[in-house]
Design a protein. Structure first.
Length: 199
């Protein structure tokens, strides 16, 4: 029963409320006024809070990713390595091969890394290494940081909108249940009481 009442909970529109309020219509109940002004407050909060929250989350994510990109760019550099064997397709559409390079301390290093499709054995390829000469992934690109910021902002905006709209719907449902209860009590008082013994 409550679920059916909540399914149709919309409340008064702004135009309808203003018209009834201006005319002093006695059908405008206290619960209507509460529901209307709470809805106005929530919509104002949505209009102000949604952009602020999404921009804050987006900038925070972007700033964090850009910091990571700068740190990685400072700690990693490219070196030339030689492909020592035929590349192998790992079944994911990417080819991997074993490469060898010389670290800054003069030691020979070998590792398996991704190589471009069609790279022949013995070719020189560029790989990323850290300060210790170990193979690492390429530094985070600024484009990835921007994309992460946009995604974080969009998710935050959707979450804020969902929360505010659900709160508004919950208040509408509570007010509808209250109005139904009051209406039922009024109906019980108005219903005629037949004397006992009468059909």
């Amino acid at each position: 029963m409550e679920r059916e009442q909540c399914r149709g909970a919309h409340g008064l529109s702004i135009r309808t409320y203003m018209r009834l309020s201006a005319s002093g219509n006695p059908l405008l109940r206290r619960s209507d006024r509460i529901q209307f002004w709470v809805s106005v407050l929530l919509m104002a909060l949505l209009a102000v809070g949604l952009p602020a929250a999404s921009l804050s989350a987006g900038w925070a994510a972007y700033g964090s990713q850009m910091h990571t990109a700068r740190v990685q760019a400072a700690q990693r550099h490219q070196v030339s390595a030689r492909l020592t064997g035929e590349p192998t397709d790992m079944g994911t559409g990417k080819q991997f091969g074993r490469v060898r390079w010389t670290a800054k301390d003069g030691t020979e290093r070998t590792a398996v890394t991704r190589v471009e499709r069609g790279t022949p054995q013995g070719a020189n390829v560029k790989v990323w290494v850290n300060r210790h000469g170990d193979l690492v992934e390429a530094p985070l690109r600024p484009a990835v940081a921007r994309t992460t910021g946009w995604i974080a902002g969009s998710i935050t905006a959707g979450a804020v909108a969902l929360i505010v709209l659900n709160v508004r719907r919950g208040i509408s449902c509570a007010m509808d249940r209250r109005r139904h209860t009051q209406w039922g009590a009024e109906w019980d008082r108005m219903e005629p009481r037949w004397p006992r013994g009468l059909p």
